[in-house]
Design a protein around this ligand. Structure first.
Ligand code: ATP
Ligand code: LTN
Length: 335
């Protein structure tokens, strides 16, 4: 990783729980790539977080590797950024335990992701699902990150991370950098194509609700053509036009056009034409990513080389913060 002093550090992880969606791409991954020159970037695959939901071992192993390849294919550059696999950096689990003891039951109970996921998996409301945010706080605080680029749904977890950091700093002495979320004005709340009041999520049981980054052009076009809109048939942004607002946001991010230009382009045209244009813009954006992905996935040795180099690098940063914390808490130093 380049280490140019003065650059501020950002950290963000993403769970390998399936194929990334257009929401993950616009809210997080595309930004990870764009931020690489301006910031010192620490990125990771949160595989420890992923087991808060039951995973089948063989499929999980594949998903971790393919998610790693897909992130490289999107443009995460191991020459510029540190990009590791969370389970290979043991300091994350160690720090999470300590932070668990500085996180309140009441705080964790208020997390909307916990409420949603425990409602969705009533047969497996495990303790890890509940304490998930303490592990996420560990991911961030270990690296003294100033900013955390995420989609809007993660704002509450970052707030909790800030509270944990401030509490620890006040109890002992300034130890952690208190991080801020970096949430883009556009793209941080991409909605489901089938229910545009809900966020687009890779675990939606209706596959027409999300576009996966590896969907075929035909599937992408079909999903956009079927996207739920309204009965007005006029392309413009307005409150209540959730479906169209969402498609306009996607199209704007794909083409670089602002909303006024989009309204002009589709003046006098119906939703059918607009949906086709949005679909085609997504197909074109994903084409090179899918080609890169195929090549990278076929080169397992290269992937292994990347993550086996980044894990010790991440560890050496993380270990320093962890040691400071252990000492302040009162643990005996290892001789
Ligand atoms: P799951 O369905 O398994 O909960 P998810 O699709 O919500 O997964 P995460 O792995 O939780 O995705 O999120 C990874 C990153 O993508 C986070 O930074 C998150 O904020 C962002 N993200 C997820 N969904 C969206 C969305 N619909 N719009 C914008 N950003 C999103
Ligand atoms: N909780 C996040 C994934 C995540 C994360 C992090 C994001 C785990 N650790 C650290 C930012 C920083 C999610 O579900 N999207």
């Amino acid at each position: 990783m380049e280490s140019i002093e003065k650059k501020k550090r950002i950290v963000s992880l993403i769970q390998p729980t399936g194929v990334f969606t257009l929401g993950n791409y616009l809210g997080a991954l595309k930004r990870f790539v764009e931020l690489q020159d301006e910031y010192e970037c620490v990125y990771g695959l949160a595989d420890l977080h992923a087991i808060t939901v039951r995973q089948e071992a063989a499929a999980f192993r594949k998903t971790i590797l393919s998610s790693y390849a897909l992130m490289l294919a999107i443009g995460i550059d191991p020459q510029k950024s540190l990009f590791f696999i969370q389970s290979q950096v043991p300091e994350h689990s160690q720090m999470a335990w300590v932070l668990n003891c500085y996180t309140q039951f009441g705080e964790l109970s208020r997390m909307t992701q916990f409420k949603d996921k425990s409602a969705a998996h009533t047969d497996n409301v495990n303790a890890g699902l509940f304490t998930y945010p303490s592990l996420m706080a560990a991911d961030i605080l270990l690296y003294n990150a100033e900013y955390v680029p995420v989609g809007h749904d993660q704002k509450q977890h970052i707030e909790l991370t800030r509270n944990i950091a401030e509490r620890f700093n006040a109890t002992y002495s300034p130890t952690f950098v208190v991080p801020e979320p970096l949430i883009a004005a556009k793209g941080s709340r991409i909605k489901s194509l089938q229910n545009p009041t809900k966020k687009m999520s890779k675990s939606d049981e209706n596959v027409n609700a999300f576009v996966s980054l590896l969907d075929s052009p035909d599937d992408i076009m079909r999903k956009f053509k079927r996207a739920v809109t309204d009965s007005e048939a006029k392309v413009y942004c307005a409150e209540g036009k959730d479906g169209i607002n969402n498609l306009m946001e996607i199209y704007s991010l794909m083409t670089g056009l602002d909303f006024a230009a989009i309204e002009k382009e589709f003046e006098g045209k119906g939703y059918g034409d607009f949906k086709v244009a949005v679909g085609e813009s997504v197909v074109e954006k994903l084409r090179p990513i899918q080609e890169n992905y195929k090549k990278l996935l076929a080169d397992k040795a290269y992937l292994e080389d990347c993550f086996s180099k980044s894990a010790p690098e991440a560890s050496s940063i993380a270990r320093k913060t962890l040691s400071k914390v252990m000492k302040k808490v009162g643990f005996l130093p290892k001789k």
